[in-house]
Structure formats: structure tokens, C-alpha cells
Design a protein around this ligand. Structure first.
Ligand SMILES: C[S@@+](CC[C@H](N)C(=O)[O-])C[C@H]1O[C@@H](n2cnc3c(N)ncnc32)[C@H](O)[C@@H]1O
Length: 259
């Protein structure tokens, strides 16, 4: 699958790649393309190229309505349907997780729900194409201002302040970090390596960067990774409108898989 950048993004792309050209001592974008596409050494550069061109904006509790829907509707329903012996785990995939704010928010919400419902168990997988953001996500260290929007009680419970106060850093507590398994997955690959079907996919503010045909193919494959009745969460400016997909609409950005 190929993602195509519209000509309007050329200037943005060039400015993001300038740093790589400087690092490699290259004078022109044509030299850089030859290096990346035409040489064996260039394939190693791909990782840096992807890191440079991806847009990684994210936040804790971004689009809070999704987490409210999980806690108040999806999780109680799941628990009711999966009560009794041989209980299943609720599995969620943060696809395009950036630096970890989204999956750690999921870990907080699911952890809070589990503390009130001891029968509830869960697993969180978080993936991204960029190794740089995955490294940051695994570390779980953030500037203090990044967690400003997290409710105070949750902040005190799930974040540790750096001993060196002047650094202004916080770290996600180890118990929360251990709940999320991070790995590199390119959503453009034809076969997404998801170990098993999941109950929910958060793929928010990712497809917005792809052209429509690519969006359709990706959404189809994400549906293939969902259990029947599983939920798909998209970003606020993303939609499945006009695509033929096995989904029913719950709200403008929340869908459920049918069949
Ligand atoms: C704007 S961030 C969104 C982060 C988070 N989902 C949120 O809504 O806050 C988009 C993320 O998608 C990732 N991404 C872009 N193309 C991708 C691809 N082909 N495969 C996997 N991840 C991709 C980027 O690296 C980036 O971290």
C-alpha cells in the first residue's frame, strides 16, 4: 500500500527533511532520494526519514468523550457479556499511539475500572511506525505541563515527579507502564500482525494523513482485526462516511463492528 503526499505538503516535507540532509552532508533532495531508495545503506535511513516526517501530536485524555464512553458503556457491557468462569480479557489496540499518551490514558481508564470490578481483566497493545516516538512511549517520561489536563487524583496515583524538581518532569508509574506492550507496526502493511482479534481499536488522528483509497483499505483491515461487536474509535475529524465497511455508527467517531 502506498501513501501519497499531496503537492501542498511539499514545503512541509522538505523542511522536516532538511535536518536529515544536513546530518548526511547532502546538498539536494534528489541525492537524498537516491540514497534512501537506491542503496543498501539507505534502507537504514528510512527509520530516520519516517521519524522526521510523521506528525506525532497527541495528549493524555485527548477527546475525553471516548474514554467516558469506554468507562460508562463499553466496559460495563463487556463485563456483563463475559461474566462467569473462563472470563475473557478486554483487549484494546492503540494503532498510531505516538509517544504513549493515548495508551497510558487507556491504561488509567481500564485500571480504574478493574479496581472497581475485580473480575475485569485487560490487555493493551500500542503500535506506531516511528521508532523515535515508541522509545519515548516506553520510557513514559513527560514534561510536567503535558499531564496538566489529567484529573488531579489520577495524576497523583499514576505519575511520579522527578527528584530533580527543576527539570519539571514526571514519569508514568511502573505498574501502569507494564500494562502496555509497545511495538513497531506499519499500518500500511497488507497483513497487520495482530496476535488475536481485539475488542477495541483506537486509531485516532492517523488516517487523516492518508488519501481516501488508502483510508478505505486500512479501515477494512482494522475491521478484520476487531471482534464482532468490537469498537472502532477515530479522531474528531475522521469518518467512515462513504466507505463500505462492516460497521454501525454509535456516534460521529465511535463505531461497532457487525457480522
Ligand atoms: C497525530 S498522531 C496521533 C496519536 C494518537 N493516536 C492521538 O490521537 O493522540 C499520529 C501517529 O500515527 C503514526 N503513523 C503515521 N503513519 C503511520 C503508519 N503508516 N503506521 C503506523 N503509524 C503511523 C505517526 O507516527 C504518529 O505517531
Amino acid at each position: 500500500m502506498i501513501a501519497v503526499m499531496p503537492p501542498a505538503k511539499k514545503v512541509m516535507l522538505e523542511s522536516r527533511l532538511q535536518k536529515r540532509l544536513r546530518a548526511l552532508g547532502m546538498a539536494t533532495f534528489s541525492d537524498y532520494c537516491d540514497h534512501v531508495l537506491g542503496s543498501e545503506a539507505g534502507s537504514g535511513e528510512l527509520v530516520h526519514m519516517i521519524d522526521a516526517v510523521t506528525t506525532n501530536k497527541t495528549d493524555f485524555f485527548r477527546e475525553p468523550i471516548h474514554f467516558q464512553y469506554l468507562a460508562e458503556t463499553a466496559l460495563p457491557e463487556f463485563l456483563e457479556e463475559n461474566a462467569g468462569p473462563g472470563k475473557k480479557k478486554f483487549s484494546v489496540w492503540s494503532a498510531g499511539c505516538s509517544s504513549g499518551e493515548e495508551p497510558y490514558t487507556l491504561a488509567i481508564v481500564l485500571g480504574e475500572f478493574a479496581s472497581q470490578h475485580p473480575d475485569f481483566h485487560y490487555a493493551i497493545m500500542a503500535t506506531d511506525i516511528s521508532t523515535r516516538v515508541l522509545e519515548k512511549a516506553r520510557l513514559g517520561i513527560y514534561d510536567q505541563h503535558v499531564v496538566e489536563g489529567v484529573p488531579i487524583v489520577l495524576k497523583q496515583k499514576y505519575f511520579l515527579r522527578s527528584k530533580e524538581r527543576e527539570k519539571g518532569l514526571v514519569r508514568v508509574v511502573p505498574e501502569l507502564r507494564s500494562q502496555v506492550s509497545f511495538q513497531r507496526v506499519n499500518l500500511m502493511e497488507e497483513h497487520l500482525s495482530v496476535p488475536e482479534l481485539v475488542d477495541a481499536v483506537f486509531c485516532r488522528n492517523v488516517i487523516i494523513y492518508f488519501e481516501r483509497a488508502t483510508q478505505h483499505k486500512l479501515l477494512n483491515r482494522l475491521c478484520g482485526c476487531l471482534k464482532t461487536g468490537g469498537h472502532l474509535f477515530l479522531g474528531h475529524s475522521e469518518t467512515v462516511h462513504g466507505f463500505d465497511l462492516p460497521l454501525v455508527r454509535i456516534s460521529s467517531t465511535i463505531y461497532r463492528k457487525v457480522l
